[in-house]
Structure formats: structure tokens, C-alpha cells
Design a protein around this ligand. Structure first.
Ligand SMILES: Cc1cc2nc3c(=O)[nH]c(=O)nc-3n(C[C@H](O)[C@H](O)[C@H](O)COP(=O)(O)O)c2cc1C
Length: 201
């Protein structure tokens, strides 16, 4: 399989486990990831999943999921670094995933704000007509949230709500998160083996 370059952004909505399971799969399959975490993305992730210590995010994933994650490459960028390669459309990527996506970041993307690296990279992904996949998480949704989702969908983004299904008979939180990660991989045009396809009982 050809290695792809995917931008992964983690924002301050609940559900950092979705991002960890996606990162695990991308890296184990040898892909290249440019990773950006917002301030609240870091805070909520740490609150929900006690990530092990490590010098880099890849080191921490390796402790959590094993050395196989080193088959891929992980470059970390700061939210405020608007000089990062992924801030420019001239740098080729195969798409971007905001997972989980807060309502604040959804709103900023819907309005083309581009004031942080996450917002700018999403704006670039849309203008370059590459896949932009947002995994929003909030409940209940107000009209502003719904309107912003429609706005980004009309602009070409894919909305993959953090709504795992139960017909796969998940037994663990990882199974639930893998269902969403698998849906994201499919939209990126990648084969996914995180959950089996539905079969008529
Ligand atoms: C523990 C915790 C859980 C949160 N969960 C959500 C959530 O599920 N969805 C959401 O839109 N915002 C949630 N928020 C609020 C966002 O973190 C906040 O709006 C923040 O400004 C988002 O910024 P960011 O998009 O730059 O990460 C949560 C905040 C905290 C502290």
C-alpha cells in the first residue's frame, strides 16, 4: 500500500480516543501523519485517556499500542505555527481529519477563520479540493451547530458524527472508537479492517 500523508487535528471535544485509534491505524499501516492538537484538545484527551509519558507523541503511542506504530511517521506541529508546511496548499497532502471536532472549531472552519494552524490547514484542504473529514461531538445540537455543519458540508467537507453503531457488537471502548476510525479511513480512500462489514444474519 502506498504511504499517504494525512493531517490529523485533535480539538477539545470529548472523544480523544477516536483520534488515538485513528492514529494507531494510520501509523501501523505506514502512513505519514502531520498532527496538531489544540490547547483544549490536549486537555480533554489527557482528562479522558491517561496517556503514558514519552518524549514525543509517537513515543507515547508506542507505549500504548506497541512499537508497530513506528512503521509510520508522525510530525507534530503547534497550533500557533502558521508557518508549518500544512498551512500551505503547495504541500501535498491526501486529506485532513479533525477528530474529535469541537463546535468552536467547526464554527471557525465554516466561516473560513484560519487564525490557528488547525483552521488554516482545514481551509487549505477545502480550497485544494482534498478530503476534509470532521468528526463533530456535541449533544444536544443547537441550530448554530446544525447550520455550521450544513455550511461545511456544502463547502465539500464530510461530516462523520461521533456516533458509533452497535450492530458490530462492540465489547470495548476501543471497538466503539474503531468503528468511527474505520469510517474515516474509508473516506480517505483507505482499506479498513477495524470492523467487519455488515452481514445479513
Ligand atoms: C472536559 C471538556 C469536555 C468538552 N467537551 C466538548 C464537546 O464534546 N464538544 C464541544 O464542542 N466542546 C466541548 N468542550 C468545550 C471545548 O473544549 C471549548 O469550546 C474549546 O474552546 C474548544 O477549542 P478548540 O476547538 O480550539 O479545541 C469541552 C470542554 C471540556 C473542558
Amino acid at each position: 500500500m502506498d504511504a499517504k500523508h494525512v493531517v490529523v487535528a485533535v480539538t477539545g471535544a470529548s472523544g480523544g480516543l477516536y483520534a488515538l485509534r485513528l492514529l494507531r491505524s494510520l501509523l501501523m499501516n505506514g502512513h505519514c501523519v502531520s498532527l496538531v492538537l489544540s490547547k483544549f484538545g490536549t486537555l480533554v484527551l489527557q482528562e479522558e485517556v491517561a496517556l503514558p509519558d514519552g518524549a514525543t507523541f509517537l513515543d507515547r503511542l508506542a507505549v500504548l499500542y506497541g512499537e508497530e506504530v513506528r512503521h509510520g511517521r508522525l510530525d507534530e506541529y503547534k497550533m500557533g505555527d502558521l508557518t508549518a508546511p500544512i498551512a500551505s496548499g503547495s504541500v501535498r497532502t491526501d486529506g485532513m481529519v479533525v477528530i474529535p471536532c469541537s463546535m468552536k472549531t467547526l464554527s471557525a472552519i465554516a466561516h473560513g477563520a484560519s487564525t490557528s494552524l488547525i483552521e488554516r490547514a482545514a481551509d487549505v484542504t477545502l480550497k485544494e479540493a482534498r478530503p476534509l473529514i470532521l468528526v463533530p461531538r456535541e449533544t444536544p445540537l443547537n441550530r448554530i451547530h446544525l447550520k455550521n455543519m450544513l455550511t461545511v458540508a456544502k463547502a465539500g467537507a464530510h461530516i462523520v458524527p461521533a456516533m458509533p453503531a452497535f450492530y458490530q457488537k462492540p465489547r470495548t471502548f476501543d471497538d466503539l472508537a474503531d468503528f468511527i476510525a474505520g469510517r474515516v479511513l474509508s473516506l480517505l480512500g483507505m482499506e479498513q479492517r477495524l470492523y467487519p462489514p455488515w452481514k445479513t444474519p
